[in-house]
Design a protein around this ligand. Structure first.
Ligand code: FES
Length: 97
């Protein structure tokens, strides 16, 4: 996660029983982005391809998304949900709203 191209996956559990999966990627130059870790086609997990600077679905369909969450390649049709990432006192803060 500290090096360019690193990524970390988080599972967040809410009191309501809801669960949210998030992938935070280091896009290089000390810049980070966070996305819902669910392909908008069928909900499969995503992987970060730093060389091509995109997120790829782990399913056979292999939808691809850019670093804004936009669909680059289907079958997914909807963009990924993104979350703001801030740096505070040496920590990354991801706002899940
Ligand atoms: S679930 Fe991602 S392409 Fe189908």
């Amino acid at each position: 996660m500290n090096s360019d191209g690193g990524a970390v996956k988080l599972s967040v559990y809410f009191d309501s029983g809801d669960k949210l999966k998030v992938i935070v990627v280091n896009t290089g130059g000390n810049q980070f982005r966070a996305f819902a870790d669910e392909c908008t086609h069928g909900g499969n997990e995503l992987n970060y391809d730093h060389e091509r600077r995109r997120l790829r679905c782990s399913s056979l369909g292999r939808s691809e998304f850019d670093l804004e969450g936009n669909v680059l390649k289907g079958p997914a049709k909807e963009s990924l949900r993104t979350y703001p990432v801030d740096k505070e006192a040496g920590f990354l803060v991801v706002t899940l709203s």
